[in-house]
Design a protein around this ligand. Structure first.
Ligand code: PLP
Length: 378
């Protein structure tokens, strides 16, 4: 079987499968982005964004993938002179560090081994010692399938007085994130993850304080310019109109399901994925206490390579999961179960995995993984 995007079981770690309603929303003739119709779309998006973040605030949509949102936040909020603390435990933590270092001169980075929670104690100690102006962290480290415990970090950040800047690209609408209780000043969401919209936009939530403290960063991604335009349901530059149309429909779908409903469903799918993984005799990559609800990272079965697992899924069963990144290339594979992923997707991927392992002589207990999924279905 060759890969067929029209019919594939598509479970990479984002972009995720897109609902036909969202796909259809993009199929419109060109619109005047300065005209009334598009302004109406923007007004609706503004109204819907609190559904995504679970709170109101200053919320903008940028044309550019998730990284553009990170660049907008870090370039506009990390101090050129003061100190910035970066916490890193994966590929996207490293990327945070790389972006922040473009804009800040005094950066302290504390890293934890990939697969472990962010180093909370070391971070607390550092925050007590130094006068940090900003703390930057990834909520859900997609590369290792791990949700960092940023709730436990939050009190120390608040006490320090630093701005709390969070990459929530693969967390928002998949993993609970209490922006107000945790005192988050900037949170970046990616539409291609928990929201199940197409990639190519970044959605940014800013606190009152963040808006007050914004300084000029990059020209194109100037958050002040975006906020000012948005007051008139406008954008400073030409927006990616079809992506905004898709975003509006994906937000309507989320409102129909409710944020709580989507978080709860994503959590149940994640629990089923973890149980099915262990029923096949496979091992999670991250510390299981911090296993992510949006992405499950699984070690390749010993002695089996990517080609025997991930490539077999794709070539024989038209099932797409994702490989490892950076130092984990060839060592793990990742199943994304966020957005509109659902129970039938899990049944297909685990039935195929059971068969692949069986053919490789691994003897998984027949039906055990599927049973773990079935018994968790609503
Ligand atoms: N941060 C995290 C946690 C991610 O998962 C991703 C993408 O997977 C990014 C940043 C980069 O987002 P984009 O590729 O949309 O620029």
């Amino acid at each position: 079987m060759t890969f067929d995007p029209e019919t594939a079981t598509f479970l990479i770690a984002g972009p995720v499968r897109i609902h036909p309603r969202v796909l259809r929303a993009m199929s419109m003739p060109s619109l005047n982005h300065r005209g009334d119709y598009f302004h109406g779309v923007m007004a609706e998006i503004r109204e819907l964004l609190p559904v995504l973040f679970g709170t109101k605030g200053h919320q903008v949509v940028l044309t550019g993938s998730g990284t553009s949102g990170l660049e907008a936040v870090y370039s506009g909020l990390v101090p050129k002179e003061g100190r910035t603390l970066v916490l890193s435990n994966g590929n996207f933590g490293q990327r945070t560090d790389a972006i922040v270092r473009r804009y800040a001169s005094q950066v302290t980075t504390i890293s934890a081994p990939w697969g472990q929670n962010i180093p909370l104690e070391a971070a607390r100690t550092e925050l007590e010692k130094g006068d940090f102006a900003a703390v930057c962290v990834v909520h859900n480290e997609t590369s290792v399938g791990l949700a960092n415990d940023i709730a436990s970090l939050a009190p120390a950040v608040r006490k320090s007085g630093a701005l709390f800047l969070v990459d929530g690209i693969s967390a928002v609408a998949g993993i609970p994130c209490d922006i107000d209780a945790w005192g988050i000043d900037a949170l970046v969401a990616g539409p291609q993850k928990g929201l199940a919209a197409p990639a190519g936009l970044a959605i940014v939530h800013l606190s009152e304080r963040a808006v007050r403290e914004l300084h000029p960063g990059t020209y194109y991604l100037d958050l002040k310019a975006h906020l000012t335009s948005l007051e008139k349901n406008d954008t400073p530059w030409t927006p990616a109109v079809p992506l905004f149309l898709a975003l509006r429909e994906a937000l309507v779908l989320l409102r129909e399901e409710t944020l709580e409903g989507r978080l709860a469903r994503t959590h149940r799918l994640a629990e089923a994925t973890r149980a099915a993984t262990s029923a096949l005799g496979l091992e999670l990559f991250p510390d299981p206490r911090y296993a992510s609800d949006t992405v499950t990272a699984i070690r390749n079965p010993s002695g089996m390579e990517d080609a025997q697992v991930r490539k077999a899924l794709e070539r024989q069963y038209n099932v797409l999961v994702q490989g490892g990144q950076g130092e984990l290339t060839g060592k793990i594979f990742r199943i994304g179960h966020m957005g509109i992923a659902d129970w039938p997707d899990l049944l297909v991927v685990f039935a195929a995995l059971e068969r692949i392992l069986g053919k490789a002589g691994r003897r998984p207990r027949p039906g055990a993984a599927l049973q773990e999924i079935v018994q968790r279905m609503p």
